[in-house]
Design a protein around this ligand. Sequence first.
Ligand code: HEM
Length: 182
Amino acid sequence: MKGLVFTEFLELVEERFGVEVADQIITTSRLPNDGAYTAIGTYDHGELVRLVLALSRASGTDVPTLVATFGEHLFERLIASHPALMEEVRDAFSLFERLHGVIHAEVLKLYPAAELPEFECTRLTDDRLVLEYHSPRGFADLAEGLIRGCAAHFGEPIAVEREDLSDGRGTNVRFAIRRAAA
Ligand code: HEM
């Protein structure tokens, strides 16, 4: 997993829970690099899972809530650092439709070591689409946070219905997204 995901996560932890909690979760997670991540490096995604579990224990907040909140924050950071990828994106639905074939495809060109999920997007009507997530890493909570972060970014209220097609493992999840009338 790209280092920028780790640096953004630890920055958000410091901001919301304080530097002491950030240091504490780095220590209890027994990370190989003692939490010294660089944005351009690549690290084992399992380290992020350990950090999130440690934060959940330290803060008493459940993991899905923590990861979803992080996803919303991460969306803003990703688009701020990759403005060229957003040039033709005018609303949340157009981003969802371009996510797999254009956005993540470009991300892979920029960072050949990136480990990206697969998404299938099916547009049902003007206001409804289905985004199906596949990834061995099982970061469906993160995907939902990014989806919500995207809608919040464009100021578009959405309703998301989530169905886990992988027996609760979060590796194959269908998100049915409905855009509320403006
Ligand atoms: C609704 C919008 C998006 C969703 C749902 C989404 C979903 C995800 C998820 C779930 C991951 C974690 C990896 C995995 O699950 O296997 C991921 C990784 C990533 N995404 Fe996206 N993404 C979105 C938008 C974007 C945008 C706009 C950018 C860049 C401009 C971006 C760049 C990345 C990068 C750099 C990674 C890290 C890859 C790695 O760690 O190796 N994503 N994305």
